[in-house]
Ligand binder design. Structure first.
Ligand SMILES: [Zn+2]
Length: 77
């Protein structure tokens, strides 16, 4: 996980990580990390998108499921 090292407003390294927010945008999960500077009290966000990676995993799961279904049908016949 890429965590910002310094505050973009004052350059201090006293950052407090707040509760992240997850939102759905166009079927992809965006995780928004919030950081509060303990020196100047400014809050800034860092957005991580994981849409393409999750889509690939879902596609593989569907293929596995289809294979199992074919095997089951052959077994019954
Ligand atoms: Zn600051």
């Amino acid at each position: 996980m890429l965590k910002p090292e310094i505050c973009p407003y004052c350059g201090e390294k006293r950052l407090e990580e707040l509760q992240p927010t997850e939102i759905m945008v166009d079927d992809t999960v965006w995780t928004i990390y919030h950081y509060e500077c303990q020196f100047c009290t400014e809050v800034f966000d860092k957005i991580i998108t994981e849409g393409e990676l999750q889509y690939d995993v879902t596609e593989d799961d569907l293929i596995d499921y289809a294979d199992e279904d074919d095997i089951e049908k052959k077994f019954r016949n």
